[in-house]
Design a protein around this ligand. Structure first.
Ligand SMILES: Cc1ncc(COP(=O)(O)O)c(C=O)c1O
Length: 386
């Protein structure tokens, strides 16, 4: 079975993890500090706070915003549930916004209509690695004096107007879980230019303790710590940080391979019937997902046909406003609902061999060329499959 995504670990990652194990210091320590410094330098931001996940980083970023009674965060419904859970964990109400059908990124026109006296932040998701319209969002945020906290789980290594994604807005959060552009096993990071936000996030990350154990090791009384406020246990372990450092050395290799695969799919799937391409600018984006829109109720049939051919595809995502846990925050989102019925993610990861990429493109093309949607598109009945 060809998997829709998988990590790419080799001897360098194994050695890195083994070295940490042999050092007998596996918690947050020197490797985490090195990983944070390397990320800050690559992203061109003053502060990076490494965490156990992007969900944790998003929670920390939102919880570190100065609270002023405003309790809403505008967020797309078409994202992973983690984004919404982070908003709720930080004590905010998610206000679901539409996404643009062309890019699957936050629709700034809808956001403009949703901004109001209760809005504290806008939380764009750089879908599949493609940057949102950050300049428009910055203008809207300035107009309403709200923060922009970005979910860049998919977008590590992507750029916006020549600058790395990570330096814009109040904070940007990355994921290094197994299917991301680089993986530390599990892990995440919060990047920010704000000294206060970084200090707040660092304290919240480690149980409200102002200095973590490794940082206290040379003090006269290394056992003494002060709990300055509430906190979580969201730090990154040195095992994950060491794996992340090894993966950072391979970022260019990964970026090239992901772009190559996306370009191959683009060329093979161009002009096929029943599809609408999702716009992507491969010069500025490291594609984390390859999403195709399949119209006329044919998406599920394509998914099934690909599975029969030994190809695993994904659907990103079930809209959050339709999830039982978030139903209280639902509002009509017709564009999102239509897109959720159309999107399919083809396999995209750096361990795919060229013949596998060709096989995926050929199977998708074969299905789409021969598919005949029913006269009633709603019924989603497909006839005459090849
Ligand atoms: C858009 C988005 N946001 C947040 C997350 C959460 O990342 P993590 O698994 O590192 O918590 C993910 C994970 O896949 C994601 O896709």
């Amino acid at each position: 079975m060809i998997l829709v995504s998988q990590p790419d670990f080799g001897p360098a990652e194994t050695t890195a993890a083994q070295t940490v194990l042999e050092s007998q210091w596996v918690g947050m320590g020197p490797q985490t500090e090195r990983f944070e410094a390397a990320l800050a330098s690559l992203l061109g931001v003053p502060h990076v706070v490494a965490t156990c996940s992007c969900t944790a980083a998003l929670h920390l970023a939102l919880a570190s915003l100065e609270s002023d009674g405003r309790n809403e965060v505008i967020v797309p419904s078409l994202t992973f549930a983690a984004t919404i859970q982070a908003v709720l964990m930080a004590g905010y109400k998610p206000v679901f916004a539409e996404v643009e059908p062309e890019t699957l990124n936050l629709d700034c026109i809808d956001v403009a209509g949703l901004l109001g006296p209760q809005t504290r932040a806008i939380l764009p998701v750089h879908f599949a690695g493609q940057p949102c319209d950050l300049e428009r969002l910055r203008q809207l945020a300035a107009q309403f004096d709200v923060a922009v906290v970005a979910d860049a789980a998919h977008a590590f290594g992507s750029t916006y107007r020549e600058a790395a994604i990570g330096g814009q807005g109040a904070a940007t959060c990355f994921s290094f879980s197994s299917n991301k552009n680089i993986s530390s096993g599990e892990g995440g990071a919060l990047a920010t230019g704000s000294d206060e936000l970084a200090a707040g996030a660092r304290q919240l990350r480690f149980l409200g303790i102002s200095q973590h154990t490794w940082a206290r090791r040379h003090q006269e009384k290394p056992w003494h710590y002060s709990v300055a406020g509430p906190g979580f246990r969201y730090h990154m372990s040195d095992i994950n940080a060491a794996i992340g450092l090894a993966q950072l050395n391979r970022l260019n290799e990964f970026a090239n391979r992901r772009r190559q695969i996306a370009a191959t799919y683009d060329a093979a799937l161009r002009d096929l019937p029943w599809t609408v391409p999702v716009q992507r600018n491969l010069a500025q984006t490291i594609p984390n997902l390859y999403v195709l829109r399949v119209t006329h109720g044919l998406r599920d049939a394509l998914h099934a046909a690909m599975r029969l051919a030994g190809i695993g595809c994904g659907v990103h995502y079930v809209p959050n406003h339709q999830q039982p846990a978030f139903r209280d925050f639902a509002r009509p989102l017709p564009v999102t609902e239509q897109l959720a019925a159309e999107v399919i993610s083809l396999p995209l990861h750096t361990r795919l061999r060229p013949d596998q990429v060709e096989h995926v493109a050929a199977e998708a093309s074969r299905f789409l060329k021969h598919a005949r949607p029913a006269r009633e598109p709603e019924s989603r009945i497909v006839t005459a499959l090849a």
